[in-house]
Design a protein around this ligand. Structure first.
Ligand SMILES: CCCCCCCCCCCC/C=C/CC(=O)SCCNC(=O)CCNC(=O)[C@H](O)C(C)(C)COP(=O)(O)OP(=O)(O)OC[C@H]1O[C@@H](n2cnc3c(N)ncnc32)[C@H](O)[C@@H]1OP(=O)(O)O
Length: 292
């Protein structure tokens, strides 16, 4: 921040020397540019070594390419630094994440659409297979892609009872890709996944607890963070390599699906989402959200 301000000052001073007095006065009245606010905050606790990764894209943390890129970079950084664990949460009091940013899929040029999906795939894979323990502290609504992020962590603690979570894609006329399905099935089982996904059901936190979609329900974010820390602490004495290889083995189907099908998955997404009928559906859904 100090660096940004200093270079701004130098710039204005140079300009003042070379311009007329009136121009200079106008420059003096201008404010420095707003600082660039990160879309993902990372804070590592000195004592426990656990990182709190906070999604910070108001109002609803919808997942666009820049946010997914920052999240992917944060996870890579934690891997490189042999992190002890990660808690994924949100800076909002009411929304964990509203899922994929529909504006990234609606009326979007093909190269941007492709970059968006590729970034989602790679960020998801790095979260899903991370060597360190991961917990979602779900402190607000968590539909669709928000639910996917939570499912990709190893433990889910959710603030309840009023927030909802689930994969609601079919309700929007779109299809949850196979890797979303694998994540859900691994957590709640085949039968419940079929029921939940074919209806696009969103579950209240107590309902989610009942079917095992979340592991625990608490009444506020502080409790969620404390429980998340507790979950990660239990791994302090487990050899990290054994833990990592075991996690990769348990999650093998999802990992292999993505590694083997990245390009096909992208192609199917592009073909599906660019269909006029799907575009019309997204347009109508966006309008409904805006009218609320
Ligand atoms: C063989 C089979 C092959 C299959 C291949 C599959 C191929 C792929 C197909 C494509 C798959 C795509 C997968 C998509 C998954 C997704 O994640 S889609 C996104 C779904 N998300 C939602 O449905 C959530 C929508 N939002 C909400 O329900 C609410 O916003 C909320 C409950 C999260 C929060 O409510 P509230 O706090 O009241 O905020 P709002 O006033 O509703 O919203 C504020 C503001 O944000 C905008 N917004 C909300 N959500 C989104 C979003 N997801 N994207 C973009 N924008 C969003 C909303 O319009 C408001 O905007 P304004 O302030 O009015 O401008």
């Amino acid at each position: 921040m100090a660096v940004v301000y200093r270079s701004w000052k130098a710039l204005t001073q140079n300009a003042i020397l070379t311009r007329s007095v009136s121009n200079s006065l106008r420059l003096y009245s201008q404010k420095p540019p707003a600082p660039v606010v990160p879309l993902v905050n990372v804070e590592v606790d000195d004592k426990s070594g656990v990182a709190v990764v906070t999604l910070n894209r108001p109002p609803v943390n919808s997942l666009n390419t820049p946010l997914l890129t920052e999240l992917g970079a944060a996870i890579k950084n934690l891997e490189d630094n042999k992190s002890r664990g990660m808690i994924l949460t949100s800076s909002s009091d009411t929304v964990f994440s509203a899922g994929l940013d529909i504006l990234e899929m609606y009326n979007t040029p093909k190269d941007q659409l492709s970059a968006f999906w590729t970034t989602l795939q790679s960020t998801w894979l790095s979260l899903y297979r991370s060597s360190f323990p991961t917990v979602a502290a779900i402190n607000g609504h968590s539909p669709a892609g928000g639910c996917l992020l939570a499912l990709s962590c190893e433990y889910r603690v959710m603030v309840g009872p009023k927030f909802s979570i689930g994969l609601n894609e079919t309700q929007l006329g779109i299809v949850a890709p196979p890797w979303f399905v694998i994540c859900m099935r691994d957590v709640i089982g085949h039968r419940q996944t079929e029921l939940a996904l074919t209806t696009g059901r969103l579950f209240s936190a107590p309902e989610a607890l009942k079917i095992g979609l979340i592991d625990s329900m608490v009444s506020n974010k502080a409790e969620a963070m404390a429980e998340a820390q507790k979950f990660i602490t239990q791994f302090a004495k487990i050899p990290p390599l054994a833990r990592k290889l075991t996690k990769e083995s348990v999650r093998g189907e999802g990992i292999r699906y993505m590694e083997d099908n990245m390009i096909d998955d992208l192609q199917i997404f592009m073909d599906l989402v660019t269909q006029p009928k799907i575009q019309k559906g997204l347009e109508m859904y966006l309008a409904t959200l805006k009218k609320k």
